[in-house]
Design a protein around this ligand. Structure first.
Ligand SMILES: NC(=O)c1ccc[n+]([C@@H]2O[C@H](COP(=O)([O-])OP(=O)(O)OC[C@H]3O[C@@H](n4cnc5c(N)ncnc54)[C@H](OP(=O)(O)O)[C@@H]3O)[C@@H](O)[C@H]2O)c1
Length: 327
């Protein structure tokens, strides 16, 4: 029996709570510590989720030698500083998406991780979803023939509030970085590197994109189209188009449990995949597996893919005219 990996969480917001629940489901992981900018929030979170210890600053958690892995659950604009602190302290990291605000910040963090040989992975949980993995296997088995295209959308109505991180430029607001990253990452996963792209957006009162549409032409062939919105509720589905048919990832495509394979000339075939908990356990299992194997990065979510995703986000933002403070 091995000792569970002891996790520390930075931040006590919405996603931190989801990950804390996922840690509670796993035998090989323990929510060991939580850190907040506020000592009271850290205490309340530790009590609610059963963390062994708590800290009133992120830096303090990083001095705890018992923390084996850190999960960064702060707003996008705060990821870079947290990443640099974790990596400088030699702590393996799982960092929420988008990895950083822009490619420059991401490249700095990746360089430090490589210099220090410390594990780091973007928390693109969609990659570890069993249905997404099954869709990859179906494509690899040639069930829809050669893949030529993909379409995906992620939109919901977020009531306007200039102080909410979704709208605040200082926190990296906007639909693209918050949810547009999912259709983008799905396209990069299935169709590979992007050769060129185009994008349109509607910006809101705070100057961030409240909805964005983009089209990607992939270097190895294939065209993808993505739509994201903080204004409209969309089906949140994704479809892969191949020569012999299509695969639909049912809603919500980034965390789904059902696929429909529609081969040309045959009745559609729906497959239900085994799915446990809230869906966040799969990325934790991957980090645990990598740490136990002594890997410095995940082969399923390589840093090169994170950098490619950040480069595409930068390119789309340049087209739609969204800049963040300090850029
Ligand atoms: N994978 C997913 O499904 C998913 C879902 C939602 C969000 N996310 C990602 O997770 C990150 C956090 O999102 P969230 O929805 O959890 O946000 P949130 O509810 O606003 O929580 C963010 C937390 O970060 C900490 N923080 C540090 N600096 C801050 C600052 N300047 N302003 C506000 N909070 C600050 C706060 O914790 P303390 O006060 O305790 O320090 C806060 O509770 C984002 O990057 C987002 O993209 C991912």
């Amino acid at each position: 029996m091995t000792t569970p990996i002891r996790w520390g969480i930075l931040g006590t917001g919405g996603i931190a709570r989801q990950l804390a629940r996922a840690l509670g489901e796993l035998d090989d992981a323990q929510l060991y510590a939580v850190a907040s900018r506020s000592a009271d929030s850290a205490v309340a979170f530790a009590r609610e989720f059963g963390a062994a210890t708590h800290y009133g600053s992120y830096a303090a958690l990083l001095t705890d030698p018992r923390v084996d892995a850190v999960y960064i659950a702060t707003p996008h604009a705060q990821h870079h500083a947290a990443l640099m602190m974790c990596l400088a302290a030699g702590k393996p990291v799982l960092c929420e998406k988008p990895f950083t605000l822009n490619l420059r910040e991401a490249a700095e963090a990746v360089a430090l991780a490589r210099e220090k040989r410390v594990f780091v992975m973007e928390a693109m949980w969609m990659r570890f979803n069993p249905a997404v993995a099954e869709a990859q296997a179906m494509v690899a088995r040639g069930e829809i023939g050669r893949l030529h295209g993909l379409q995906a959308d992620f939109g919901f109505h977020q009531p306007f509030d200039p102080a909410h991180r979704a709208f605040d430029p200082a926190l990296g607001g906007g639909a693209l970085l918050d949810v547009g990253i999912y259709p983008l990452a799905l396209a990069q996963l299935f169709l590979g590197p992007i050769a060129e792209l185009s994008a349109f957006a509607e910006l809101g009162q705070t100057g961030v994109d409240e909805q964005t549409g983009f089209t990607l032409r992939h270097a190895g062939g294939g065209i993808a189209s993505g739509f994201c919105s903080l204004r409209a509720s969309t089906p949140m589905e994704a479809t892969l188009f191949g020569e012999a048919g299509s695969i639909r990832l049912h809603s919500p495509f980034y965390n789904c449990a059902r696929l429909t394979l529609a081969r040309h000339g045959q009745p559609p075939h729906t497959v239900d995949l085994p799915y446990q908990g809230n869906g966040y356990r799969y990325e934790v299992e991957e980090v645990n597996r990598c740490l136990r194997a002594g890997l410095a990065e995940s082969p399923r979510m390589p840093l090169a893919d994170t950098l490619a995703s950040m480069a595409a986000l930068d390119a789309i933002r340049a087209m739609i005219g969204v800049r963040y403070p300090g850029e």
